[in-house]
Unconditional design. Structure first.
Lengths: 193, 193
C-alpha cells in the first residue's frame, strides 16, 4: 500500500468528491443560525407477507425547509429460510451494519477532505454477533440484539498511517449512527387499530 | 377498520405467510441445542466518492452452518444535496429507521401467527429527530445521533384492538433492532492502512 506524506492544504478545495468549500460554507451558515441544524428523517413501512416488509424513504425536513430525495428509495427486509422467512431481502439487523459502515465511511471522506488528504480507497468489513436465544424467548439471560459489533477498515491515501487512523477516529467521534448504536436512543411506539 | 373477535387456534397452521409449524419446530430444535442460536451477520462496504458508499450483504453464519443469501444484496448510502452529498441513496441514519420498522413488523407477523391472529394490514410511519449541531462539531451539548425516534403502527386483523396492541408489544419486547437502538451495543473499530 502506498502511503506518502502530504502537508494539509491551506485552501479548501473539493477533494475525494467532497465539495469542501460548500461543506465549510454550510457549517458556517449553521453556526450563524443554529435552527438550521434541526433535521427530521422519516420512513414508511408496509407489511407484505410473513417476515417480508417494504420501506419507502422519501421526504425529510431540515435547514428550515421540507425536502424530498432525488427519487423515493424503496427497501425490503425479510428473514432467510433458516429463520423461517423467504429471503427476499436482508434481515433488519443486517441493515444496521450497512448504516454503521456507511456512516463512518461518509465521515472519513468528509474529514479527509477537510484535512487536505486525498483518499484512494476506503473499505470496511463489519460483523455482528447475535445469540437468538433472546429473540426466541428461550433465555432471559441473553439480550435480543447484537452482543457486539466489529468494524475493520482498510484505508489508503496520501497521508501517513497515523494521520489516516486519526481521520477514522474523528469520523467515529462525530458519527450519528455510531452514537445511536453505542449509546442508544429513546424510541416511542404508538399503535392505532 | 374491521375488528372481530377470534379465539386463538389450537392447531399451529401457516398464517400471515408465516410457516408457523416450522417456526415452532425451529424454536424447539434450538431449545434442544442452544448452540444453534449463535448467529453472525456481516456486510462489506466500499467507498465510492464523497459521502457515497456501497454495501454488499451476502453471507452469514448460524444454526451451526455458513449461509449465503438467495442473492448478494447491494445498498448504497449517501447524503442529500442539503448535506453536501449527491443523494444517490438515503443517509445512513434513514437506514436505521428502515431496520427498526421492518424488525418490529416481522415480529408482529410472527407473533400474530403464533397466536392464531390473521392480519390484514400492518403499516408504520417512523421519524427520527436529529440536531446536526452535534455531528457538525458546533455544540458539545448536542449528541451526534437521533435525540428520539417515534414509530406509529396502524394494524388490522381478526382480533380485538387490545389483542392487536399486545401483539405489537410482544414484538417490541423481543425485537433485536429495538434492543440495539434503545440499549446500545459495544462497537469495536480497527483500522488497517
Amino acid at each position: 500500500m502506498q502511503v506518502t506524506v502530504a502537508e494539509p492544504r491551506r485552501e479548501r478545495v473539493p477533494l475525494n468528491g467532497v465539495d469542501t468549500p460548500t461543506l465549510f460554507a454550510t457549517i458556517n451558515a449553521v453556526k450563524g443560525m443554529p435552527e438550521l441544524a434541526k433535521f427530521q428523517f422519516r420512513a414508511t413501512n408496509q407489511w407484505v407477507k410473513g417476515t417480508h416488509s417494504r420501506t419507502v424513504i422519501d421526504s425529510f425536513s431540515g435547514a428550515g425547509a421540507s425536502h424530498t430525495h432525488a427519487t423515493p428509495f424503496r427497501y425490503d427486509a425479510d428473514h432467510p429460510a433458516v429463520l423461517v422467512g423467504t429471503d427476499q431481502a436482508p434481515t433488519p439487523v443486517e441493515f444496521l451494519l450497512h448504516a454503521l459502515c456507511a456512516c463512518l465511511t461518509a465521515g472519513i471522506a468528509n474529514v479527509a477532505a477537510a484535512r487536505g488528504v486525498t483518499l484512494t480507497s476506503v473499505e470496511s468489513t463489519i460483523e455482528g454477533d447475535i445469540n437468538l436465544l433472546g429473540i426466541l424467548g428461550l433465555s432471559d439471560q441473553v439480550r435480543n440484539g447484537y452482543e457486539r459489533i466489529r468494524v475493520n477498515f482498510k484505508i489508503a491515501g496520501d497521508a501517513p498511517a497515523e494521520k489516516l487512523r486519526q481521520i477514522v477516529e474523528q469520523s467515529r467521534s462525530r458519527s450519528a449512527v455510531f452514537d445511536v448504536l453505542t449509546n442508544g436512543v429513546p424510541v416511542e411506539i404508538a399503535v392505532h387499530t
